[in-house]
Design a protein around this ligand. Structure first.
Ligand SMILES: Cc1cc2nc3c(=O)[nH]c(=O)nc-3n(C[C@H](O)[C@H](O)[C@H](O)COP(=O)(O)OP(=O)(O)OC[C@H]3O[C@@H](n4cnc5c(N)ncnc54)[C@H](O)[C@@H]3O)c2cc1C
Length: 380
């Protein structure tokens, strides 16, 4: 597999990186550990749209830029170096567009895709519930047919973006063994949300969703009535690759910070970076980051082909998110006690990285998927 970037990919990354540093960082740096307000999120998404944020991986037939998925992943990785929160908001919003593109009616697409692609609308996707996380099939949110409508009742938990989102796609149980995804419009159908404070990625909102007899037309089903589980599972492989690009961004920032600190801090009469054991820490971080990057780029290239790749998606997700934790932890070690203070960014990288081994299949769930595919035996 060739991992060399094409000239177009290199140009896209270089111009995006420059734009991020010049235009976006001054804004996102104001919200390093605070929720990015809805108005500011819209502004940032709109600023990034020309470079492919939220729209790079959506086909041009559906109004996106139709770039290859590796380029879309590179855009997310670069953004995550500056703001993992915004990268998370962006890839979840683009995920909603992709689901609409795969399974939305022409009317739903015409109504929502332009806004989702331009940053005018923010998307969120609710699968997990208080008693159903890894075990997606255990969801109890009900959608009951009522003429041309469905009435949805239930509670969703840990929904990213939902505090600021305009559009929510929600996985429901529409019959005993039937699952359907519906699109809800915050203005039209209303959905009640409650903010969840968490360890890291505090700029990337997360919330609980309460659905109390919400009436939605049957035509708002995405992927057809009964097609919800297939659509949701299909989306997980993409999500595994993209949460891994967020891991790469955080890990890259942690390595940069550790190198800068190792050059300017002295002990025993010389820069700590001159001590061999600090060099070993830095080298181990670089080895982990490089290996993670190659696995993520492989995942993105496989995603581009459109075939299922459960093993490679799982390997990419487990390795990149666990590596980001190791790297952020070592970055703190390089900083000594200063590393655990708010004066340096590495404690934030550490908290941010810690969240990533949980969504889109925990490390353990991905291990089980890899194991099942290699052994042909189900250990769930
Ligand atoms: C940052 C972040 C963003 C998220 N965004 C969203 C979102 O946008 N939408 C959404 O729907 N959800 C979202 N989630 C929720 C996420 O999908 C769930 O947290 C995840 O699926 C795990 O479910 P759980 O937390 O209920 O843990 P559980 O499923 O209760 O698992 C608890 C522990 O048990 C382990 N475990 C479970 N089953 C097995 C098994 N069979 N064998 C071995 N170990 C097992 C797990 O690995 C874990 O360590 C997000 C979570 C995080 C942290």
């Amino acid at each position: 597999m060739n991992f060399e970037l094409t000239e177009e990919q290199q140009i896209a990354v270089d111009s995006w990186r420059g734009f991020l540093e010049r235009e976006m960082r001054p804004i996102t740096d104001q919200y390093l550990d605070d929720a990015i307000p809805k108005g500011v999120t819209h502004k940032l998404l709109k600023m990034g749209a020309d470079y492919g944020m939220c729209c790079a991986g959506v086909s041009d037939a559906d109004g996106g830029l139709g770039l290859d998925i590796l380029t879309s992943g590179l855009i997310s990785e670069e953004l995550a170096r500056v703001s993992p929160d915004l990268a998370g908001t962006g890839f979840v919003t683009e995920g909603v567009s992709l689901k609409l593109s795969q399974g939305g009616s022409p009317e739903l697409k015409a109504r929502y895709m332009p806004g989702l692609l331009s940053g005018d609308l923010i998307g969120s996707s609710a699968v997990s519930e208080p008693n159903a996380g890894s075990d997606v099939r255990a969801i109890t949110t009900r959608a009951v047919r009522d003429g041309d409508n469905y009435r949805i009742t239930g509670a969703k938990l840990w929904t990213s973006n939902v505090i600021v989102s305009d559009v929510l796609i929600v996985l429901t149980r529409s019959d005993e063994n039937e699952f359907t995804v519906f699109l809800l419009d915050r203005e039209e159908h209303g959905y009640e949300v409650r903010d969840i404070d968490k360890l890291g990625l505090k700029g990337w909102s997360m919330g609980e969703v309460i659905l109390n007899d919400v009436v939605v037309p049957a035509s708002n089903a995405v992927g057809g009535i009964g097609g919800g589980l297939r659509l949701t599972m299909r989306g997980f492989e993409r999500a595994r690759c993209f949460i891994s690009t967020v891991a790469l961004g955080i890990a890259g920032a942690a390595l940069d910070d550790a190198i800068a600190y190792a050059k300017q801090r002295s002990s025993f009469g010389k820069a700590i970076g001159s001590h061999q054991l600090i060099q070993a820490l830095i080298a181990d971080m670089a080895i982990d980051l490089d290996a993670a990057r190659l696995l993520v780029y492989r995942g993105l290239k496989m995603l581009n082909k459109g075939e299922p790749f459960p093993v490679e998606a799982g390997i990419c997700k487990v390795f990149a998110t666990e590596a980001a934790n190791r790297i952020a932890s070592k970055a703190i070690q390089v900083h000594g006690a200063f590393g655990i203070t708010k004066e340096f960014p590495v404690e934030r990288h550490f908290r941010n990285a810690r969240l990533l081994t949980i969504p889109d299949g925990t490390t353990q769930i991905n291990q089980l998927i890899i194991g099942r595919n290699l052994l042909g035996l189900d250990a769930f």
